[in-house]
Design a protein around this ligand. Structure first.
Ligand SMILES: [Zn+2]
Ligand SMILES: [Zn+2]
Ligand SMILES: [Zn+2]
Length: 315
């Protein structure tokens, strides 16, 4: 299958013979912490409102995960997982890309939308993040945006129907990276102080949760945060009619919006739906996301291999 050949071998975990469960189990991260909803077992116990399941721990040794700031600033735009792993000095066999595809897809979308140079000029970056689901149990991984956008205050509004009622309006300040498993590692105390000094070149990430659809909540949210970018990961535009009024809104506010999906065909269908509303070709054509989750989705109903955040395009 040509599709599969386009994936770099060393960064594609889990060939068909190995299940997600067994992959995670071998690494001591099955059904723990941030990994809980990464296999079928988690899917059944997972309710996004269950804060017992929230975690800020990688459950990995500090050699295998980015629990502290980078040892060197980003020298050039990162274009692949290999670039990222090398920059963060993490061995390629580390499974962290299975969770870091969320913040890295945000990073890549900023670059694609031509906002990369903007981030060195502005002090605050506002992102409207539509339709979070699993992310709600993995929010700590967005702390990595501190390393990706040094010196920038990143404010992300996460808006979607999967945000539980009792979390609506919750604000989460990520002033540290997700922790490693080591009890005596720097990440346990060092991050805390260095990052909370606002006004210096420190960076910080703030997340706020909003329940509902974007077109219902936009007026509310945009009072405090007019977005530089809208991003809708794994959107399924063609599958949910509720996207139509949201697309109309995005067209009206004229903010660059990046959509991703599990496979190329879903993006094709999405682009058709969007075109029917905007009468315009996409700002950016459908393309493979170098920061897709490098492990195949197991419960896919399609025969094609599907990956989280696999393809993306922009309107
Ligand atoms: Zn499992
Ligand atoms: Zn650590
Ligand atoms: Zn803290």
């Amino acid at each position: 299958m040509i599709f599969l050949l386009r994936f770099p071998k060393n960064l594609r975990f889990s060939e068909k013979q190995e299940s997600r469960c067994s992959f995670l189990r071998k690494r001591g991260i099955h059904q723990v912490g941030l990994w809980v909803c990464e296999c079928r077992c988690g899917a059944s116990v997972t309710s996004f409102g269950n804060s017992r399941l929230e975690s800020d721990t990688w459950n990995l040794s500090n050699i295998l995960c980015p629990c502290r700031g980078p040892s060197s600033p980003i020298a050039k735009a990162l274009c692949s997982w290999k670039d990222y792993y090398e920059w963060r000095c993490i061995p390629l066999q580390s499974p962290v890309s299975l969770l870091l595809h969320w913040p890295l897809t945000v990073y890549h979308s900023i670059q694609l939308a031509g906002l990369g140079s903007l981030t060195s000029e502005i002090s605050k970056l506002c992102i409207h993040y539509l339709g979070p689901e699993k992310e709600l149990l993995q929010l700590a991984v967005f702390g990595e945006l501190r390393a990706l956008f040094p010196g920038v205050f990143v404010q992300i509004e996460l808006i979607g129907p999967a945000v539980p009622h009792h979390r609506d309006g919750d604000k989460i300040d990520l002033h540290s990276y997700a922790h490693c498993i080591e009890q005596d590692c720097d990440c346990r105390y060092k991050n805390e102080n260095t990052s909370c000094s606002i006004g210096h070149t420190s960076s910080a990430v703030t997340l706020q949760l909003h329940r509902g659809y974007y077109h219902e909540r936009f007026l509310d949210i945009s009072k405090d945060s007019h977005p530089h970018l809208v991003i809708a990961p794994n959107a399924g535009i063609a599958a949910y009619a509720s996207w139509l009024p949201t697309i109309e809104l995005i067209k009206e506010i004229n903010v660059p919006a990046v959509f991703s999906d599990y496979c190329e065909e879903a993006c094709n269908l999405a682009a058709c739906c969007i075109n029917a509303v905007t009468n315009q070709p996409p700002r950016l054509p459908i393309q493979l996301n170098p920061f897709r989750q490098p492990m195949v989705v197991e419960d896919s109903l399609l025969h094609l291999p599907c990956y989280s955040n696999c393809f993306l395009f922009a309107m």
